[in-house]
Design a protein around this ligand. Sequence first.
Ligand code: ADP
Ligand code: MG
Length: 701
Amino acid sequence: MNLAATKLAPAARWGHAVFNPQRVALIGASSKSGKLGNLVMHNLVNGFRGELYPIHPSETEILGHRAYPTLRDVAEPMDLALVAVPTGAVLDAIKDCAEAGARSAVILSGGFAEVGEDGRALQDQVSATARAGGVRLIGPNCFGVINAHAGLNASIGIGLPTPGAVSLFTQSGAYGMAAFSRSKAEGIGFAKVIAPGNKADLDETEIVTYLGNDPDTRVVAMLLESIGDGAAFVDAVSAVSALKPVIVLKTGRNKTAQRAAASHTAALADDYRITAAALRQAGVRLVEDGLTLLDLAAALACQPPLRGERVAIVTNSGGTGVELTDLLEDEGLTVPQLSPALQTKIRPSLPAHGSAANPIDVTTDWPRFAQMYGDAVSALMASDEVDAVVPVLLQRSALMPEIAARIVAEHDGARAAGNAKPIHVCWVGPQGSEENRQRLLAAGIPCHPWTARTADVLAKSRARPVHAAPSVGSTLPKPAAADADGWLDPETTFRLLTAAGVTFAPWRIASGASVVDAAAEVGFPCVVKAIRPDLVHKSEAGAVTVGITDGAQARATVCDFETRLGPGPVMVQRQLPTGLELVIGAQRDPRFGPAMLFGLGGIWIEALDDVAVRIAPFTEQEAASMFDDLRGRALLDGVRGRPPVDRTALARLLAALSQWIARAPWLSELDLNPIIAIGSSLSAVDARLKVAQAANVGLER
Ligand code: ADP
Ligand code: MG
């Protein structure tokens, strides 16, 4: 048993009660059509094979099932009680559940925390009652739950999805319904569907752990509006993603909650970036829309993840092949030219004017399509030159059943031989070709509509390496803050960060006439910067003077600062030659812990908005992956005659700082901007560090 499996160990009793109940009660069942309690009753009757107990104050029989006035009137304890009564009657219903020994309840009714303070208070009462009575809750205000394998539709959905391998956790009920329609139209099979609603009790953390343990669930798809306990969720999802793909759509990406930006890091490391970093490092695949969530889940349920970046395309339209190549390359994948040996293998079945280079163009010689597609797919599946095969089926090729049959045969043959190379079809079929598409889907071969969707889903199916967080040493002592907000003075900041592994341009603190000696010590040309309480953006305040070439100029600069900014010390620094200005920042996130940011810095940082975010601590490998996140990463390779930045040294610095930050739970914000990179040298010239005030020391991971 591996570590992840151990973490998942205690099988949730509530999960069995909710998804595989023997006895289900529907509180609020009704025989009147149009009522919620009637719709849910129909859903239950259509498929559920256990005992069903409709609860209604006066009716004695509903849809052929004996009805009871209250749950207390039923002798047997319920595994699952569904609550579909008006808001005001929910608390009593839950009291009945507690009294009658129900093991779980799903509250479909709304009118709770989602409507305001009064609703929240009522919800708190409901959850307290459930907790006291040992009843685990889903909801309130939710779509319900489905176990397609058990025929259980305990939801307000419009039908039972086809059984399959995808489990969907959705904070949007509409996607619960979409599970049904996608399963019918696209053949996507579902295991469990669960909508947690307001999450008064069971939340994403417990539910994802259950799905991780569930053998019917081979892919977990989650639409998350909110994450309660970030650290707990990250731990749970890390364990699950080590066993099966976890795909997350986190909605609410816009920067509505932009913090007052006292540091560049606070301005750029917004909530979504931090959440995304935490989830990616936990092995989650992130998507940005619901259709992709379901399509990627479906693809990963039937095809192995893409391991590598080399894609082979087989098409009967050269133009589409080129278009798909462009789109795949936009996603960071490649369509490499095949070796002469492999081309020689493929060419004999192609017409003279076809291309075996990749994209493989079988041209319009349609009577021989099946053989050409089939032979090419076969050769590509067997070769180690590509990591995925994408047949493009367009118009005439989509209409020919023998092509679909050959692709299915090649696919099945490869799988039988233990070959785990994914096949995804790019489908541009005309009316009348649906039967062939269904045939491919039934064989477990995804058919993505058109080129862009193919490139998108294939790229997102890529397995991303997960680097476990390194262990770090003991907690570092908290330095005394310099001001009321917690900012340290520059000298303390520079000393601390030097101990953490940062190299600064040579510097001295001086005041008055001592600046002359200080300047001589750091060397010319030098930079003189004023140090004053509350002086945040120094250059904007005219508090940075560069290009000082002798002691007299240094002295004059100090006098100028004293006139304009009042008396106070200065920092004298050696002036570095022009280099690439980088930023490293950190800030403690209340949900996920210390978030670190790396990007292209200097004065354009906010405008460029080109940063990578990770949760600390992380390894050098993880740090190196941050470079690929930057749009401007080519700058690291050296442009316009500049030497390339030493990526190894930079990754080492990022990792070292991340591990230092993980040992400094008192650190609330850090800005190193800029770090000037000149070839292999990385020197910081400006740093700000804020310690958390006693009351709000951030959480430690
Ligand atoms: P602030 O960010 O508070 O305005 P900085 O100390 O970062 O002040 O200085 C502003 C800019 O001046 C830096 O982004 C950098 O371009 C330049 N600069 C500052 N110190 C040095 C130095 N020692 N060598 C070279 N350039 C420097
Ligand atoms: Mg600065």
